[in-house]
Structures are given as C-alpha cells and as structure tokens.
Write a protein that binds this ligand. Structure first.
Ligand code: 3H9
Length: 692
C-alpha cells in the first residue's frame, strides 16, 4: 500500500488499482481528497499491473459531497472538474464502490466513473438544493443522461437520498455488492468488465434517456407548475430545473457551462449563504458546552406517553416509527380508542400515498399499546406527559410518575409554556425531569425544543438530544422561561400583529406581508386554522378583544367556515367584509384613529421585536447560541430557511437599524419595545448576533 497523501492510499490488489479515501467524518471533497483522487488515478493509470481502477472509501460513508466548510474561502487543491475529467477520460475502467451515502459532489465523482457498484444499504442523491445550490460538478448534466429528465428533475429539486435498490432499477448503479463485502464485490466487478471487454462507459456520451424530453418544454413547465407552492421563495429549485433543461437541449460542454454559471450565481448569493449556515447551525445545536460527548446515556428501549390526544398520539408515532414500543395511557377508554384510531388512520393515509407499506402500518400499530392505568409505566425507560397545560394537573401526574416509574427512568413533559422546575418539584427526582416540547402535528414537525430544568442531569439531557436524532427530529436545548424560546418569540409577533390591526391594517394585510416574507401562512390565517375559540370561555367573553368579538359571532375559524376570513366549501379563504366592519367598529369604540400602514412597517413591527426578544433570550442564557434560535424558528415555525432564521436575518438587516427602530417605538409606544442589553452592546461593538 502506498500513501498518496494524508487522506488517500493506493494499492495494487491483483490486477486492480484500488484508491482508498479516508477523510473523516464523511470523506467530503476537501482539497486533500481532490488531490488524492487526481494523484491516485494518475498512479493507477501509470501502474502497468493495474487493468482497472476502483475508488472506495473508509469510514461510515462514500464521499458525502463537496466540503461545505471550504465554500467562500480561498481556493486550494486540485480543481474538481479537472479531476473528474481525468477519471472519465481514463483509459482503464474506473469503478466507484459506494457505501453509506454518495451525495452531491460524491455522487458527481461516482458519475464521472465508468461504472458504479453499491451495497444495498447505500443511498445516492444530489442534495445541493437544500444548501441553496445546484450540483456544480457535472451532476445536472450527467444524472439525466442516466435516469432521464423527469427523474433527474425530482432528484435535484428534492435532494432525496435514493436507496441503492431504486438506484439499481434506474441505472444509476450498475451492480449491487453483498452488504459488508463492498470491496470484494467491486473488485470482482472491475475484473469482470475487463474480462468481458466492456466499453469505458462515459456518462457524458449517453443521450438515449433524455430523448423523451427533447423538444417538450411542457415537461419543465408542468413540473414548475406542480411544485410552485413547494418552491416558493427559493431560487435553487428553479436554477436546478434550468440546468436539467440545458442538459436535455444543449451539447454536454455547453450544459456544463450553464451549470457552472448558475452554480456560481447561487454560491455567491444570499440564499445559499443562509442555507449553508442553517446546515451547520442544526449540527451545532447538538453540542452542549457542559455536556461532554462521553456523558453516559440512558438506554431508552420503551416509552410511555400520557394522553392520547393529537399531541400524545403524534408523539407516540415518532417512537413506533423507529421501532421503539410505546404505551399510551388515557383516563377514559373512549378517548384511548379514539386516539389509537386516529394514529391508525394517519398511518393508513401515509400508506395510501405510498410513504410506507401496509405491512409497516401493522408493524407500527403493534408497537403501540393502550392502557387506562399509569402503573403500566412501571417498567418503561421514559415517560412523556402530553396532557393539557395546567400546572396542578401536571404536578399531580409527575407526583404519581415518581412513585410508579423505575429508578433511572426519564420523566418528560411536553409543556409548551409551563415551568419545568415547578413540575420537577412534584417529584423526589428532579434530575430525571426534562421538557420535551414537540410541535403539532408531532409526527410531522421536525423541531424538538428540549427544556433543561435547574436540576436536570447531564445524562438525561444527552439522552434526549440523541433520542431526538433517532426519531428524526432537529433538537435545540433551551432554558426554563415562559414559552421557552419559540413561543416566547412568537408572542412578540402576535402582539404586534394584533396591534397593527387595531392601528389600521387588516388581518389579510398582515398575513400577506408575512407570507411574502416566506412564512407558510400569516398569524391570522394560522389562528383560523387552529380555531379562534381555543381557550375562549363563552360565559366570560365581554367583547374585549377582536377575537372575543368574532367568537361571540360564532366565527370560530376554518372549522365553521368563518373566522378572520370567510371560507368556501373547499376551505379557500377570502377577506371578510363582515370582519372588516367588526374591526372598524372596534377601533371606533376604542377611540383609535385608523391610519394607513405600509407593508414595510408591518414587516418591521412583526419581526424586529422578535430579533430583540431573541437577544434578550441570549442575555438570559435561555438559548445556548444565536444559531440555536434560528434552528428553532426554521424547524418549528416555518421561518424561511433562505433568510437563515431571525438572528441571522437580523444581522443581515443590520442591528443598528433594528436598535434604532426599537428605541423609536419604545419612546412612542412603551416599554414592551425596550431594546435588549445585548442589542445595545453588539451595536456599540459593531458585532453581529450570530457569533457575536
Ligand atoms: C456539493 O457537493 C457541491 C457540489 O455539487 C459542487 C462542487 C463544485 N462538508 O450530518 P452529520 C460534517 S454541496 C463539510 O451529523 P450524519 C457535519 O458538519 C454538498 N462537512 O452526520 C458534521 O460535523 P461535526 C452536498 C460536512 O451521519 C459531520 O460531518 N452534500 C459535510 O447524521 C457529521 O455530519 C450534502 O449536502 C460536508 N459536505 O449524516 C451532504 N457533510 O461532527 C451533507 C457533513 O463537526 N451531509 N459534514 O458537527 C449530510 O447530509 C449528512 O452529513 C450525512 C451524514 C447524510 C452525510
């Protein structure tokens, strides 16, 4: 074996030259890996003993893409496109041996090889779109030549990781090796190619699969139309589509030139900068400064959930989805049956859409059992309480859990506002108590806010962070304060939205501005969806707020066809003249003179106080770092990822500008606008919120 450089080895194994890359954690295409590939291929070509070449990786995965941390920095090492050209033009067959994930630049390298062999557990994908990018090393030109335009469009715009079996079916992989025996399989394959005298298959020369799309621009138009809602606001999906169009309509080299130009545009633009930041922010959020990596973990093999309502049911599904048995406890049989029925329906709906098989439905349902007796929790490793938000009820439950659950079990509350320390005080083991704040629908939403109590043990924290990843959630650790991080900031936006409507805006104006900013919907559309009567008590209602007025008129939201908006039979909304009148009357009654409010003011009033609140949250140590706040808002509340989240966005707007507005509003409208000490300090020091 010859060491080519620090991350690459070359060995002649019989008559096959094997280039092995070993650059943890994910063999990303750093300068060293690119150099290693270039030198390795040159060495194999020059080696008279090598009749074919295999490229294989050590560690957990094949190349998982370009090294994102190098983007925007000084360019060093071999040029990737040149390295790939060297591979494609090689005079000996080059075979990529894939395990783990061949992603982005990794799959592009594999596509520059003449053949690809993978183990069944491997996955391939071009996920650049999630980073606000497009595959910039020939991926958009080579992929459609192998899988056709339609499939390529789907892969580059969703970034999906396609399992090896499906890759084999569409020709992306040429042969499947036995699991755990990739090297043997790839070498045998390489020898067979030579023995059979198979051609050096250059993907760039293929065109057959693209013929169906040539001269059919409607394929692209239809694709754009069908996905318009999903792509709204994002630049990268459209740029990816243009590249596939170029692949279909232009010669290879011209297609590559188009790809390069569009890649550079995205790469140097603000959206990709925000999305790459978000990628690292999510991973950073897993790192808790005072909870080291080697903190002992609790083995969570079984879980209990209290409450079979929407939240409890959704939470239980997360665990069943990954094979962890769950027991749900309810007070009444009826509620339990209803809850289990809803879970089954959810699974059946997913199966009907092809997301899981009907066998999966039964497997998952068999992992969920119901009980009316909290004693069923005696043996479980973790209990998550998901009943309604009343401190007395929660304390009563935790007192009982304390006497029922085995020592070492984690006792978690799904509270979204309440004080986790007070809940913990109902037990003799506050170190076992933690908040796990799921977002509705809990089986769908990615975010998990993990709430650390004053006495929560490091082991419980580390276990919950790991468990979050296992159940495919994005976790962020927060401290105990009213509404934690997400809802605390949300209440700032809600207060401003309500105030703006009293001052002169209409709910649909506020919603439109926030929708155009990139949120999936505005606060009033959201209220209509959730139901205006949540928490509304008819007997106590005095028409003191707009919401009370609307509830008193039986305008309860989407569910009865009327809320802030009117709804037709298909739940399509339109601004309501009735509500407009109610608002105007309410303003008159309250003595408020209505004024014209600009879209800019709506945006600033709704969002700047959130940035300010985020700074207060950091001042109080309720979030570990600014990027954790962004992770929460992107994954739990639909903040558009292409702006990076409230903290990153605040930095782009300029903290001095935000501070000046907060001060002006404080002077005009009162102390709720008081600037955070951190905001004042950062502006004085000329530093940003993220990393400042
Ligand atoms: C691209 O390829 C552009 C080209 O088309 C054009 C070029 C001209 N770079 O996620 P994990 C780090 S764009 C640098 O926790 P997992 C990550 O930060 C790229 N670092 O592990 C973390 O570091 P730390 C297209 C990377 O097992 C550690 O690796 N490719 C990269 O849950 C472990 O990551 C992608 O978008 C990278 N590319 O998941 C794939 N990838 O431990 C992005 C990871 O210090 N990566 N790191 O926090 C992934 O999707 C997942 O990391 C992967 C593993 C599925 C591979």
């Amino acid at each position: 074996m010859t060491a080519i450089n620090a991350v690459t080895d070359y060995t002649l194994d019989g008559d096959v030259g094997v280039i092995t890359l070993n650059s943890p954690p994910v063999n990303a295409l750093s300068a060293g890996v690119r150099d290693g590939l270039a030198l390795g291929v040159a060495q194999a070509l020059a080696d008279p003993g090598a009749r074919s070449i295999v490229i294989i990786c050590e560690g957990r995965t094949f190349i998982a893409g370009a090294d994102i941390s190098e983007f925007g920095g000084e360019r060093k090492g071999a040029d990737l496109l040149a390295v790939m050209k060297g591979m494609e033009d090689a005079t000996k067959p080059v075979v990529a041996a894939i395990h783990g994930t061949a992603l982005g630049g990794g799959l592009e390298v594999a596509l520059a090889c003449h053949y690809r062999v993978a183990v069944p557990s491997a996955k391939c994908g071009l996920p650049e779109v999630a980073l606000g990018l497009l595959p910039g090393a020939g991926g958009t030109q080579r992929l459609p030549r192998i899988v056709g335009a339609q499939k390529a469009l789907e892969m580059v715009t969703t970034g999906q990781h396609v399992p090896a079996k499906a890759c084999l079916a569409m020709g992306l992989i040429d042969e499947m090796a036995e699991e755990g025996k990739l090297r043997d399989g790839a070498l045998a394959f390489a020898r067979r190619i030579v023995a059979e005298g198979r051609p050096l298959k250059r993907v760039r020369d293929l065109s057959e699969k693209m013929e169906a799309a040539r001269g059919h621009p409607e394929i692209f138009a239809d694709f754009r139309k069908a996905n318009a809602r999903k792509f709204r606001g994002f630049l990268a999906p459209e740029y990816n589509i243009r590249c596939i169009e170029a692949a279909v309509n232009l010669p290879f080299d011209e297609g590559i030139a188009t790809e390069r130009k569009l890649f550079m545009e995205l790469m140097t633009g603000p959206q990709s900068a925000a999305q790459r930041y978000a990628f690292f922010a999510e991973r950073q959020a897993n790192k808790i400064p005072d909870v080291p990596d080697d903190t002992p973990l609790i083995d969570v093999k079984t879980v209990g959930v209290i409450g079979a309502g929407t939240m409890g049911g959704g939470i239980a599904m997360n665990f069943a989805n990954v094979g962890i048995p769950v027991t749900i406890v309810e007070v009444k049989q009826e509620a339990l049956d209803r809850g289990l029925g809803v879970i089954r329906k959810n699974y059946e709906r997913t199966a009907a859409r092809g997301g899981i098989t009907t066998a999966d439905v039964e497997t998952r349902m068999s992992l969920i059992s119901g009980s009316l007796d909290m004693d069923s929790f005696a043996g479980v490793d973790m209990v998550i309480e998901a009943v309604f938000e009343r401190m007395d009820v929660k304390k009563d439950i935790f007192g009982k859990l304390d006497s029922i659950c085995k020592p070492g079990a984690i006792l978690a509350s799904n509270t979204s506002y309440l004080n986790v320390d007070e809940i913990a005080s109902a037990t003799q083991r506050p170190e076992a108590v933690i908040g796990t704040h799921f977002f509705s629908p809990a089986n769908v939403m990615k975010l998990l806010e993990i709430v650390r109590g004053a006495k929560t043990s490091k082991s419980v924290i580390a276990t919950c962070m790991k468990l979050a990843k296992k159940i495919n959630k994005v976790a962020a650790l927060v401290g105990v304060c009213h509404g934690f991080v997400g809802n605390r900031m949300l209440s700032q936006r809600q207060r401003e939205a309500n105030a703006l409507v009293l001052e002169g805006a209409m709910p649909w104006d506020v919603d439109r501005v926030l929708y155009d900013f990139g949120f999936p919907m505005g606060p009033f559309a959201m209220s209509d969806l959730a139901g205006l009567d949540i928490g509304w008590v008819k007997e106590e209602s005095r028409g003191a707020t707009l919401r009370e007025c609307l509830c008193e008129m039986d305008r309860r939201g989407q569910k009865n066809g009327a809320g802030f908006y009117d709804y037709d039979d298909n739940r399509v909304s339109s601004p309501s003249p009735v509500v407009k009148k109610v608002i105007e009357d309410f303003r008159a009654k309250s003595g408020i003179a209505s004024r014209v409010i600009s879209d800019d003011e709506i945006r600033e009033r709704c969002l700047y106080p959130m940035v300010n609140e985020g700074a207060k949250i950091l001042d109080e140590g309720m979030a570990i770092r600014a990027s954790d706040i962004d992770v929460i808002w992107e994954n739990g509340y639909g903040w558009p990822v292409y702006t990076g989240g409230p903290m990153f966005w605040g930095d782009q707007v300029g903290l001095a500008k935000i501070l000046a507005k907060m001060k002006a509003w404080q002077a005009a409208m009162g102390e709720v606008y008081k600037p955070a000490a951190r905001l004042e300090r950062l502006v004085a020091e000329g530093k940003p919120l993220v990393g400042g």
